[in-house]
Design a protein around this ligand. Structure first.
Ligand SMILES: [Zn+2]
Length: 411
């Protein structure tokens, strides 16, 4: 990924990211051991194959190959006709066989790119094998650390180059507390993995028809989904971005729109986007719950939107109903019934009388308002809301109040 930095206008900073991702397969890559080991006791999800006992043979997990190819297709990679596995030799305390089966020179996919949007501009992140002389930084535990380490390292290298000192190819560690990178191993001491073709596995011939089958099984990818949300639901680019960052969140949003009945599609979508982005996400975060486990299912969010759209509850009551529905898992309409929330005051005459009363009883605040104190208006709105026990719509109160204040002559 090429990016501009503020520190150097005469250098181009090229950054490669090594990303480790674990595929959601049921069993391991080369044996039948379960991958569900997160809470398992040590040495319970191992077998002679993964321990590399004499006489055993690994078997390639077809599901893992399928997921790898699907990931590669999503990233616009090319899939070779032929791929092979290689042995990467190194001693490590939890690797008793002393090697890993990896891929060295003919991996399952190569090249490819990912398009992202940055500050309103489309950027292309290329997927490449190797860079030139480079330093590798390890030990970053958060996206924030990655950003800080990269900025530090770019600056460090610029300073070296300006001083005429060549960059050493080496591995450097990020020291979080000091905000610096320090040399860990230079090339001289780098591992020699002695890669060689894995003798226990045949080369993999990748059937073209199978690749096309896998391509057809790909879910809608974020880019396509983002464009569709703007096109089909009339969402802003910003809302579409937020809702497509995580598949489950986008799914939730679409289920809300589908279940909601009020208004036209675009109005419904806009209301659903606001509710999901501002309220549902906030409540989920505050309770450390994922959207899939939300106690407020899409149907409940849709129900809340319909109550609001029909004018059955005010926006202010909506917030209260939402909190309660989220906490109890009840449908918003049930919450409204159980709490005995009366329909908003739709009788304009009744609302006007209450407002006139508030104006009469708050002469001091009214004169403050006329003297230009803007928070006086807020206070008066608050008084009306209190009188109506929150059953008036805040925007109607505001409009009527301003009209009355302007037409009532100062006492
Ligand atoms: Zn095993």
């Amino acid at each position: 990924m090429a990016m501009d930095t503020e520190v150097a206008t005469d250098f181009e900073v090229v950054i490669g990211l090594e990303v480790h991702a674990q595929l959601l397969t049921k069993s391991k890559m080369f044996c039948t051991c379960s991958t569900d080991y997160a809470n398992a006791a040590p040495n319970t999800h191992v077998c002679p194959v993964c321990m590399g006992m004499p006489g055993v043979l690994p078997v390639i997990n077809q599901g893992a190959v399928a997921y790898t190819i699907m990931t590669a297709l999503s990233l616009n990679c090319t899939i070779p006709e032929y791929s092979k596995f290689d042995r990467k030799n190194y001693p490590y305390p939890d690797l008793m066989k002393g090697y890993q089966i990896s891929q060295y020179d003919i991996p399952l996919s190569k090249n490819g790119y990912l398009l992202i949007e940055y500050e309103g501009q489309a950027r292309r992140i290329g997927i490449q094998q190797e860079l030139g002389v480079k330093t590798e930084i390890k030990n970053m535990n958060s996206f924030r650390s990655v950003e800080r380490a990269l900025a530090y390292e770019a600056q460090r290298q610029v300073e070296l180059l300006r001083a005429g000192i060549p960059i050493q190819q080496e591995t450097r560690g990020w020291v979080e507390t000091k905000g610096i990178t320090v040399a860990q191993r230079s090339k001289e001491y780098a591992h020699d993995y002695r890669y060689f073709p894995e003798p226990d596995l045949p080369p993999l011939i990748i059937n073209r028809a199978w690749v096309e089958e896998l391509r057809a099984q790909l879910p809608e990818l974020p880019d396509a989904r983002r464009a569709r949300y703007m096109d089909e639901y009339g969402l802003s680019a910003q809302d579409a971005n937020v809702l497509t960052e995580e598949k489950a969140l986008g799914d939730y949003f679409e289920q809300v729109v589908a279940a909601s009945q009020a208004s036209d599609r675009w109005t419904r979508a806009k209301a659903a986007a606001n509710l999901v982005i501002n309220d549902v996400v906030r409540l989920l975060k505050a309770n450390s719950i994922s959207v899939e486990e939300s106690p407020l299912p899409p149907a409940a969010s849709a129900n809340l939107l319909d109550l609001l759209a029909r004018g059955r509850i005010t926006g202010r009551q909506g917030k209260e109903v939402l909190e309660e529905a989220f906490a109890s898992g009840k449908m918003p309409e049930t919450v409204v019934q159980e709490k005995g929330i009366e329909p908003p005051i739709s009788d304009q005459g009744a609302l006007e009388r209450i407002i006139e009363e508030v104006i009469t009883n708050n002469a001091k605040v009214v004169s403050d308002y006329r003297a230009g104190k803007t928070n006086a208006l807020q206070y008066l709105i608050g008084q009306v809301m209190k009188q109506t026990r929150g059953q008036a719509k805040a925007d109607s109160v505001r409009t009527i109040l301003i009209t009355k204040l302007d037409e009532t002559p100062p006492a």
